[in-house]
Write a protein that binds this ligand. Structure first.
Ligand code: ADP
Ligand code: MG
Length: 475
């Protein structure tokens, strides 16, 4: 086989994939296209300048090693940066429909209930003005970049957020999807991006809204027969932030309307920022066409912060509140509350409150009591290994059998049940469940979950399995 840019790059990718986190690989290496090979220089195309800078900053070493393995000591890597913002070039992203036109469009609408004559009042976020219709951004200025501390766990999402706020609609991160578990800073970061954009581009219309509120508004608009106004309103936004899009799952009407709004905004070079508690591959009951759009831009994960980051978040919070606390207490709290920044802050606040109400000094004893309450309240999560063990025991087989490639019905069912419970009882992604239960892919896990749902609705014996196992696995 002759050596081509593609074959060289594929070998590099294989090596890189084995050496970095899957999410990082997906984000930073899958989008790269090998373009040209001449002598010992490989040219690759990257989606943006930010992308190139990120690769240089974080992956230059591994790229060097990989490429030298393929092309020898004198190997060179040449980046080609793809033109950004192809949509925006068609129509500058600063262009907006003048507000006078907006009212004009609305007044044309004849089908308006009498008490709703004033078009400016029909949109939930429109504050009637004399000459201009202004949209309140609903942003919380207390959630900004300055107090969103950086750590390994959020570096990618935070930098991507900064890149977006420097050039809303003008980067390849459109939409920017921020995902991660509860209390890890999704809402804070989403606001911070909006706040920063408002600061840099005061003329832009920015709107923050939770997916839940968006859904409610949509339902209301259907009831009041002004669905078009609803759509029209959202199409005027320059930067739309929708928080917790997982809330849209199963709501096909709202998904449909959001799909149209999204397309309109995206095609006009407007920025969309989304947050979700799951990665796109793990979102269920979201239409495929919408999911595929979520993946157009960048999905950046907020992971659980490491110890150092937890300590600096706490110190920063105390500093801002003007409270002093000994280092050993801060470290004690940071050491014991790991998986949720909101709880971390909650524990510190409760500690301060306890000490001032009871006029007690803040000491390790008090810290222990407070932390214990927080840790107890967070439900213990069972592990996937534990689930596999319980399910195998129940069907009197060993874990290796459960994981094996066999298609024997009772083994397949046991495996599907293990996958179903792993999805239900842990926070692991479909992909990670699959890889831990016999190295299957995420689609297999999704299929297993659906099969278990179906079978337990139709098959009595199977339903009993689910009930028995639920009892055994409850903690
Ligand atoms: P989520 O939306 O992911 O559930 P939030 O954005 O509501 O989480 O964050 C929970 C709390 O943690 C908020 O008070 C937020 O200010 C704080 N927080 C999260 N990440 C950081 C960070 N990197 N630096 C400082 N505070 C943070
Ligand atoms: Mg939130």
């Amino acid at each position: 086989m002759s050596i081509t840019a593609q074959s060289v790059w594929n070998n590099c990718l294989n090596f890189i994939q084995d050496n970095i986190q899957p999410q990082a690989y997906k984000t930073w290496f899958e989008p790269i296209v090998a373009v040209k090979l001449s002598d010992n220089a490989l040219s690759v195309q990257v989606p943006s300048k930010f992308f190139y800078e990120w690769l240089e900053e974080h992956y230059v070493k591994i790229l060097k090693v990989a490429l030298r393995k393929e092309l020898g000591e004198n190997a060179k890597l040449v980046y080609i940066i793809k033109m950004e913002n192809t949509y925006g070039n068609k129509q500058p992203f600063t262009e907006r429909i003048p507000s006078s036109n907006r009212s004009a469009v609305k007044s044309q609408d004849i089908d308006v209930p009498l008490n709703n004559k004033n078009p400016q009042l029909r949109n939930p976020f429109v504050i009637p003005g004399i000459r201009n219709v202004k949209i309140d951004s609903q942003l919380n200025p207390n959630y900004n970049f300055e107090n969103f501390l950086e750590g390994d766990s959020n570096r990618l999402a935070r930098s991507a957020g900064l890149a977006v706020s420097a050039k809303p609609g003008g980067t390849s991160f459109n939409p920017l999807l921020i995902f991660g578990g509860v209390g890890l800073g999704k809402t804070h970061l989403a606001h911070a991006i909006g706040v920063d954009i408002k600061d840099k581009y005061p003329e832009k219309t920015v709107l923050y809204i939770s997916a839940e509120k968006f859904t409610q508004q949509y339902i209301d608009s259907v009831k009041k027969n002004n669905r078009n106004d609803f759509i029209h309103f959202y199409q005027l936004i320059d930067v739309l932030v929708i928080d917790d899009v997982q809330f849209l799952s199963g709501k096909s009407g709202t998904q449909d309307v959001f799909f149209h709004i999204f397309n309109h905004l995206h095609q006009n070079g407007k920025q969309v920022i989304l947050t979700s508690d799951k990665a796109p591959v793990d979102m269920q009951d979201i239409e495929q066409r919408l999911l595929s759009r979520f993946k157009w831009g960048l999905s950046a994960e907020l992971q659980t912060p490491d110890f150092e980051t937890r300590v600096s978040i706490l110190k920063n919070k105390l500093y801002r509140d003007g409270v002093e606390m000994p280092d050993d207490i801060i470290e004690y709290v940071a050491k014991h509350i790991k998986s949720n920044i909101r709880e971390l802050e909650g524990a510190i606040i409760s500690l301060i409150a306890q000490s001032s109400f009871n006029k007690k000094e803040i000491n390790i004893e008090l810290a222990k009591q407070v932390v214990e309450k927080f840790v107890k309240n967070t439900k213990r999560e069972v592990s996937i290994d534990y689930i596999q063990k319980i399910v195998s025991d129940y069907f009197q087989m060993d874990v290796d059998t459960l994981q094996s490639k066999t298609r024997k019905r009772h083994i397949v069912q046991a495996r599907q049940l293990a996958m179903f419970f792993a999805k239900k009882l842990t926070k692991a992604s479909l992909a990670s469940i699959g890889s831990q239960i016999g190295k299957r892919d995420h689609a297999t896990v999704l299929h297993a979950c659906k099969t278990v749902d179906n079978l337990s609705a139709t098959d009595k014996q199977f339903k009993k399995y689910v009930e028995d196992l639920t009892k055994k696995l409850s903690v």
